[in-house]
Design a protein around this ligand. Structure first.
Ligand code: PMP
Length: 315
């Protein structure tokens, strides 16, 4: 019998799926790495485990310790799973307007939730979590935006998997949120092959695509600056919310049920494919579509979907 000792051992080793059927260029292949296959349903399981294990190494965590983290979804869910398995308590600071699925998933693994004002978005959650961490010095505050264990999870996990499964990669495309994925994978791939091009996908300033941010909106994650993000990225591409939803739906036609930021990243990969002569583009799908069902993203009226996406935070 082969059996895993714990669900935590299921984190990582996600599959690459060929979606070249979407490529406008027969000589440019597109492969999607399906991070929704992680046990908590997103790429952030890797980051949650990496940050908690680093804190354990540093002696910051003791049994029953409480952690606090601002998140509007995936990191909170990943941390809730890891904390449940390791016996820590977790408070997630969550904007009041996140999708109901996210709230419920946090509850599945017993996280406590504190609401921050929905109108202040994820930056409001960050502010409140920082204040709570200041008022409760006995709580651990791992803070994914500034924690080097975030990009390291990708440098040591996501990237070597891509290199193992697809050494012919010429372009890496991912959405930019905390920037952990781009920094960790980008640096690893460029060390192996300096010709690999790294493309970041951002929403337009002032608009929302779940999980993504435009660096011109005012907040630059400390890990981006510390990791030399500006030098590392070869190109930034803006993808609009509607285009993201459209490409999420195209993926469903190929059987891939992915979240909306996957549509954004694939839209970027398709643009990349159209501009290069030939190559192999690897693109990250951060999560599956389950947490977005209440957006109505797979129903027929795209106008309604887009409108709803403006009033709710889906990341
Ligand atoms: N998409 C989704 C759905 C996410 O939750 C995140 C993380 N905020 C990202 C994309 C961006 O990943 P990263 O934080 O590594 O830049």
């Amino acid at each position: 019998m082969t059996a895993y000792r714990s669900v935590l051992e299921l984190i990582g080793n996600t599959p690459l799926v060929d979606v070249s059927a979407l490529s406008p260029n027969p000589r440019a292949h597109i492969l999607v790495k399906l991070e929704g296959q992680n046990p908590g349903g997103s790429v952030k399981d890797r980051v949650a485990l990496s940050m908690v294990e680093q804190a354990e190494k540093e002696g910051i965590l003791s049994p029953g310790q409480r952690l606090v983290e601002p998140s509007s979804g995936n990191t909170g869910i990943g941390l809730a799973l890891v904390c449940r398995m390791k016996g820590y308590r977790l408070t997630v600071v969550l904007p009041s307007n996140v999708s109901p699925e996210r709230r419920q998933l946090l509850g599945v693994w017993g996280a406590d939730i504190i609401d921050s004002p929905g109108s202040e978005g994820s930056n409001g959650a960050v502010r409140l979590a920082r204040r709570l961490a200041g008022e409760h010095p006995e709580w651990a505050f791992l803070y994914q935006y500034a924690n080097p264990a975030n990009p390291r999870a990708h440098y040591e996990g996501t990237a070597p998997e891509i290199w193992r499964d697809c050494p012919e990669v010429t372009h890496f495309v991912a959405g930019l949120g905390t920037s952990g994925t781009l920094l960790g994978v980008g640096r690893f791939l460029k060390e192996r092959n300096p010709d690999v091009q790294v493309w970041a996908i951002e929403p337009p300033t002032g608009e929302m695509v779940d999980g993504l941010r435009n660096l011109d909106d005012g907040y630059i994650p400390p890990i981006f600056t510390a990791g030399g993000g500006t030098e590392l990225l070869d190109r930034k591409t803006i993808v609009k919310p509607r285009e993201s939803i459209e490409w999420t739906r195209r993926l469903a036609e190929l059987g891939i049920f992915a979240g909306i930021s996957t549509g954004a990243a694939v839209a970027g990969a398709v643009r990349c494919a159209a501009t290069i002569e030939a190559g192999t583009i690897v693109v990250v799908s951060p999560d599956g579509g389950w947490k977005y069902l209440s957006t109505g993203a797979w129903t027929d009226d795209l106008d309604v979907v887009e409108e709803r996406a403006r009033s709710t935070i889906y990341f």
